[in-house]
Design a protein around this ligand. Structure first.
Ligand SMILES: Cc1cc2nc3c(=O)[nH]c(=O)nc-3n(C[C@H](O)[C@H](O)[C@H](O)COP(=O)(O)OP(=O)(O)OC[C@H]3O[C@@H](n4cnc5c(N)ncnc54)[C@H](O)[C@@H]3O)c2cc1C
Length: 454
């Protein structure tokens, strides 16, 4: 018999963060309700509440390991539907600082699922849990507390259905996973608590995405072509193939250099990328939709871990805590790491202790935060303190990427760290440092694409 810690948990938001929280809470609460303003069940297309879901999303290796542990067979289920998968470096073509990295097998797989498809698979698995209910089409209006405001005891939601009625969902625990637009700081203030401080790095970046039916194959055995933005080449792209001859091209621009949505402007931006095969492919390809854009003003980490007081019966999760610069692909994996931390926390304490939980997830967020904001501070236009550590790290990473152009072992080490599987210290092991300082052991030029472009 299951030893539940309490009767009911309510999760606010049914994105990846909310789904992972619900999966964990279902082991500890008799009933879990997941509330979202969108219709969720059976949905496999981009939805209104997740406009960023239209753009390229890659799940880092660590996140994939965790998802597979929480939902055994997830990878196989996606593969059975034709979702492509391969080795993170062996089958993905990466450009850093304008140069193509040597491709080496990492043993880490990369699944080419779009965000809506990945979310649909995770959601289907959560929906199979008998004690989880989905309250769809419900807008979250606010929290309900005890009169002394020391404990959250429920949520007020507006059911957008025919009756358009407001109702209060009673809860022993409320988890806010409403994403980067979360109203938690305002709610805390309203209840007489301090707002969390915010660590913020302004990036002023945008994704613009369009799908194409290709007439030529630039991939060979690769699954995606990804020129990553760097200070020397600030324009980037993710160009995964999705199957049936269709590819998604997400262009990325930073510091106000937004990739245009009009056809000519989109093509011109693609032409300026350091991976010429992308432009050469889409110039003759058939667009299958209109381009859409999404802007991200800043990376934001709300420092709930620094608060001294917080209401009982309340947690915050996923992007509502920390929203990273998306080009590093860290957000879903950070949510997965928080899910594992929540499981351990519940096992240890039963009734969650919010401030302790926030301190437990601090280092899990801190590592990807340092990687991504440190990388962003390498762009001269990004404002923020460039500590000696940041300057040394960026100088070293630039050499490391140069070494990885010829040395697959360096590529492998890099992706194990970027994939959050190994700690950043792995980049500084004596063996790797030696390879980096030598500029990479000459192992011959990076392999050419199997299909030459005309
Ligand atoms: C352009 C872009 C590209 C990205 N690429 C990657 C990537 O490659 N890899 C990666 O790991 N991460 C990526 N991310 C980050 C990733 O999308 C998030 O980190 C991840 O989805 C976790 O988000 P979340 O579930 O916390 O919030 P969200 O995905 O924002 O979900 C929030 C949910 O809350 C619901 N909601 C919000 N307010 C209300 C309300 N008032 N009432 C009812 N419902 C509400 C919304 O409908 C939504 O379903 C990217 C982000 C962006 C912007």
């Amino acid at each position: 018999m299951v030893d539940y810690v309490a009767d009911r948990a309510v999760v606010l938001g049914g994105g990846i963060g909310g789904l992972l929280a619900a999966r964990i809470l279902a082991d500890s609460y008799r009933h879990v309700s997941l509330v979202d303003r969108d219709r969720l069940l059976g949905v496999r297309d981009p939805r209104r509440g997740v406009p960023h879901g239209r753009h390229a999303h890659a799940l880092l290796a660590k996140g994939q390991h965790i998802l597979e542990e929480l939902f055994p067979g997830l990878d196989k289920a996606m593969a059975a539907e034709g979702v492509l998968a391969g080795d993170l470096s062996g089958n993905l073509r990466w450009y850093f600082n304008g140069k193509r990295l040597s491709q080496a097998r990492t043993g880490l797989s990369s699944v080419s699922a779009t965000r809506p498809v990945l979310e649909a698979h995770v959601r289907a698995r959560v929906a199979e849990l008998s004690n989880v209910e989905f309250l769809e089409g419900c807008t979250i209006r606010g929290l309900v507390t005890t009169p002394d405001r020391k404990r959250v005891i429920g949520v007020e939601v507006l059911d957008d259905g025919a009756a358009a009625a407001t109702q209060v969902l009673r809860a022993d625990l409320v988890v806010d996973a409403t994403g980067r637009g979360s109203r938690m700081p305002a709610w805390l203030e309203e209840f007489g608590y301090a707002r969390p401080a915010e660590d913020r790095v302004k990036i002023d970046m945008a994704y613009t995405t369009r799908h194409f039916r290709l007439r030529e194959d630039p991939y060979g055995t690769d699954l995606s072509i990804n020129p990553v933005a760097s200070p020397a080449f600030p324009r980037g792209a993710f160009f995964p193939k999705l199957g049936d001859g269709v590819s998604m091209l997400s262009l990325t621009g930073i510091l106000g250099d937004y990739p245009p949505t009009d056809h000519e402007g989109f093509l011109a931006f693609a032409r300026s990328l350091p991976a010429p095969e992308i432009y050469e492919t889409i110039r003759t390809a058939e667009p299958v939709d209109e381009a859409v854009s999404f802007r991200v003003a800043a990376s934001v980490w709300r420092r709930f871990d620094r608060l001294r007081e917080f209401p009982a019966g309340l947690l915050v999760f996923g992007d509502a805590v920390c929203a990273f610069n998306p080009v590093y692909g860290q957000g879903m994996t950070a949510a997965a790491l928080e899910a594992v931390a929540l499981r351990e926390h519940l096992q240890r304490f039963g009734d969650p202790q919010a401030l302790r939980f926030f301190r437990e997830i601090k280092p899990l967020i801190g590592v990807p935060w340092e990687i991504s904001t440190g990388g962003d501070l390498g762009f001269p236009g990004v404002e923020g303190p460039r500590t000696l550590k940041v300057r040394l790290a960026n100088a070293y990473m630039s050499r490391l990427h140069a070494a990885a152009v010829h040395d697959g072992a360096v590529t492998r080490t890099f992706f194990r760290v970027a994939g959050l599987v190994d700690p950043p210290a792995a980049l500084m092991s004596p063996g790797t440092m030696l390879r980096v300082l030598r500029g990479g052991r000459a192992t011959g030029p990076a392999p050419a694409p199997e299909h030459a472009l005309t």
